[in-house]
Write a protein that binds this ligand. Structure first.
Ligand code: ACO
Length: 447
């Protein structure tokens, strides 16, 4: 069992019972012959406890070196649990499968942010407060207009969500719970509007204002696709599918963008600026951009007949099977399973995405191939999501934008948890300095 994958989310009850009554780690420093006993809490040692390990009294003390945080828990969290070996994902203890089947996105957002599922009246208040904040200031529209016609919608989203901080200057008051709550309503409420406006700008269509008679996902679809009709009719299957996709993307513990949200938020900046940073992290192809890569790959393969040759090139190290493999999941990504089922429902409405057959065959062949089996490479969330988005009419550039809408609830939950955590301070890693020692300045003419 890969303990390192679970450290950040283990609760006290879940930690394996020690075989001896002593919950400590003994370290022998072979440089000095000294021994240190370090407490273990939640299957973890505190890096600061290593600082006492020194050769000389005036040494700085021992640190850990962990590029990319491969084995470092940066926080204690009660939001999301992942067991990568078993393919388990839970928000606040609730399995993702149950939330996707029985819940809806705003209810899930409430759960993630508040810790419990809402009662009927709590849900109504919550929905009302979020939907009340879907409108954006008219000047934001002017910012949108300033972007070039082919600007990437994710670039527009990153910029405009950051710009919200200049409209809501009260947001700086991050220590006040009521102020924080208001910004959370605004952020969850306005992200779909910013996303839809960015899309409309990129296709040269007039902006459609929010319609709060519609659901969260339905309103988003209306803002995207409404043309000259008086009332756009939202397709209930697509509305539900999008809502489920938002649920599946709502949080994923300390991923790259959540870490950006926490790291930037730890400076006590307003949440719009921190969300802009998190969105920027998500923009990267290694994070929110992989589902687009899957589509490019399926295009390149072209037909089922070409799959064996493609797999051969992957095994020769000439490229990756995009949408396969995950840093945490060494089993089928539970989100990918749900998306695969959802695809059938969506394709009944939109018509089958012809790339699905290639994807299904690719998955079948890869899951039987020793290369992938040995390395525990399974489909991840991105393997099928792009096929659905494309069938629904979204251009590839919108894929990370859709991800950002769903993930906003996770980002703000992570941000608030950080602010409430008395142990947290401004995020400031250490480094191992390997550069020059001190040296004297040389005048330019003498270099
Ligand atoms: N296709 C072929 N081989 C792969 C793949 C893949 N998709 N993923 C990993 N491998 C191989 C590696 O080459 C390596 O082989 P080796 O041991 O012979 O050197 C082994 O499996 C282990 O892979 P790592 O790269 O060490 O795994 P890591 O945890 O660093 O990477 C990652 C995870 C980045 C997701 C990787 O699997 C990958 O690039 N997948 C394709 C891109 C993708 O789908 N990304 C989306 C992730 S989900 C998300 O972010 C929302």
């Amino acid at each position: 069992m890969a303990h390192d994958q679970k450290k950040s989310v283990l609760t006290e009850q879940q930690v394996a019972q020690p075989t001896s009554s002593k919950n400590t780690l003994t370290i022998n420093d072979n440089r000095t012959g000294k021994q240190y006993e370090i407490p273990i809490e939640n299957d973890t040692i505190r890096a600061m406890d290593l600082r006492q390990i020194k050769v000389k009294d005036d040494d700085f003390g021992m640190m850990t070196y962990d590029p990319a945080f491969m084995n470092t828990a940066s926080c204690k969290s009660k939001i999301t649990f992942i067991d990568g070996d078993k393919g388990i994902l839970r928000y606040r203890g609730y399995p993702i499968e149950q939330l996707a089947e029985k819940g809806n996105y705003l209810e899930t957002a409430y759960l993630i942010i508040n810790g419990e599922l809402p009662t009927k009246s709590q849900f109504e208040d919550w929905t009302d407060n979020i939907m009340k904040h879907t409108l954006i200031h008219e000047n934001i529209k002017k910012f949108m207009d300033g972007f070039h016609y082919d600007a990437h919608p994710m670039g527009m989203l990153v910029s405009t969500v950051g710009a919200l901080s200049t409209f809501y200057t009260d947001a700086k008051n991050i220590k006040d719970p009521a102020t924080r709550r208001l910004q959370i309503y605004r952020l969850v409420g306005k992200m779909p509007t910013l996303a839809a406006f960015a899309f409309r700008h990129s296709v040269g269509r007039p902006y459609v204002y929010p319609d709060n008679d519609l659901s969260y996902a339905g309103n988003f679809l209306n803002m995207l696709w409404k043309m000259t009709e008086v009332k756009y009719k939202v397709n209930p299957v697509l509305e539900r599918a999008l809502d489920v996709l938002f649920i599946l993307h709502a949080d994923h513990e300390q991923n790259c963008s959540a870490n950006a949200m926490r790291s930037v938020g730890s400076s006590h900046v307003d949440p719009y600026s921190a969300t802009a940073a998190a969105s920027a992290a998500l923009y990267g192809p290694l994070h929110g951009g992989a589902n687009a890569e899957v589509l490019y790959m399926l295009d390149e393969i072209g037909s089922k007949a070409n799959i064996p040759a493609f797999i051969k090139t992957v095994k020769e190290g000439k490229g990756k099977l995009m949408g396969f493999g995950h840093r945490i999941y060494k089993n089928y990504d539970p989100r990918a399973k749900i998306i695969k089922q959802l695809a059938d429902e969506v394709f009944e409405v939109t018509g089958r995405n012809p790339k699905l057959d290639i994807a299904l065959e690719l998955e079948r062949i890869a899951l039987e191939d020793e290369y992938f089996v040995k390395r525990k490479l399974y489909p991840n969330v991105d393997f099928y999501s792009g096929l659905i988005y494309q069938a629904m009419g979204f251009p590839v550039e919108m894929f990370p934008v859709l991800f950002a809408i769903g993930r906003t609830s996770g980002w703000v939950a992570q941000w608030e948890e950080l602010l409430m955590d008395a142990e947290q301070k401004i995020a400031r890693p250490r480094q191992v300095y390997l550069g020059h020692g001190t040296r004297d300045y040389i005048m330019m003419g003498k270099r």
